[in-house]
Write a protein that binds this ligand. Sequence first.
Ligand code: NAD
Ligand code: MG
Length: 443
Amino acid sequence: MIDGKSVVPTRAQPADFRFEYKPSRTIAPVSDAVSSRQVEHAGNPGRSVKNVAVLGATGSIGAATLDVLAHLDRVDPQTQWRVSAASAHTRPEVLYELAAKLVHRPQCLIVSDTEAAEAVRADRSAGNRAGLEDCRFEFGPDALVEAAQCDEVDTVVAAIVGRAGLESTLAAVEAGKRVALANKETLVVAGPVVSRAKEKSGAEILPVDSEHSAIFQCLESAISAPKKLILTASGGPFRTWSHAEMEAATPASALAHPTWDMGPKITVDSATMMNKSLEIIEARWLFGLPADSIEVVVHPQSIIHSMVEWEDGSVIAQLSPPDMRLPIQYALTYPRRLPCETPPLERTRNWDLSLEVADRERFPALDLGFEVAAAGGTAGAVLNAANEEAVGLFLGGQIRFTDIVPGCRDVLQSHSHESNPPLDRLLQLDRWARTELRRRFKM
Ligand code: NAD
Ligand code: MG
């Protein structure tokens, strides 16, 4: 509730809400885990091959995924890990550089932005880059969908930022792939559509977001439904700032995150705490629990990645240093656990691990997250689009930091909620909400 007024009409949770994950108890034989700690297996010819498409390979998660895959290929005794396709939107030269460094070169490199693609096409040396002679070059957004559905691909890492990742992520789910999901916005915009597609195809969606990976890990041995999912939040760079200080916040100060090194959009979302709101909605769809079973607690050290509370009052948490390579790797190797390049949690010094109550007055985005998660339907698509647009305007210096969340609230309040929209309607509302947000700021 904001100013006593709900942003979207809430409705009862569907009767079929249930604890969705039934993780297998099959884990890697201990002998493999032990031997892989010491031995490099890259030369072992008996290993099976896993082909991974990394969509958004030039971003923070994408580049970390390429590192994880190269590491796994060295240490995994059972599997060769290959990047079969990798994409960038606007910086093809970064993509080509990353690809040329891989031991197994990707079969396909995609530049999804049409303008950037034209520039590459115009460059006659495009196919002759050193080390990339055997790669296929593809262009435009349709190539992302094709890569996500390609028969040879086993796993798709959805690491594109924003609603732009929706079509390729959904395509991977529809094709029954394992989807290592970083692109939370796809679930925020189209949670019910993705859930139905998953049900139909049998795809696996494994969370990459550190909080959701933590919850997934806490739930692994569960046979009872959890009582509460407790998402931790770092609190971002403005955790201790007053509203007046936040009014004067610059893009540079919002981009200076204290514990995580991430792309610009999610970093601003962390500063407003809209990231946690998107994660509340993401958790609702991933774990099939209603919004009122989800809580947020601020944990500035980013070591406890999230927790699960059970009916008997026991709380189980997952801890590790703030390093995305661990949740990325687990989404790829699940249910196996292999050595990871994330440094172990230090145990030779005293730590302070603190938990603080989330301040929903200074960070009103949290209320929006709970309300939208409860409302479902069209609310997620509208919130996400308004937020993406507002973050862009803030980074461009066109609106203040403290305009972002009220702008999103206004757009949500002026939309007419529908509870069971098809994908076309969600995409239409995505466009509407962007225009509406700009109109509110007279742009
Ligand atoms: P980023 O900005 O660093 O990278 C984004 C990637 O998406 C780049 O490869 C870019 O080329 C591509 N891209 C951008 N716009 C595109 C478009 N219109 N079409 C196709 N591709 C496009 O972002 P990031 O921080 O790596 O985040 C990626 C996703 O992972 C986001 O959904 C974010 O919320 C989620 N996530 C990130 C982190 C993190 O630590 N960075 C943690 C948890 C979740
Ligand atoms: Mg997160």
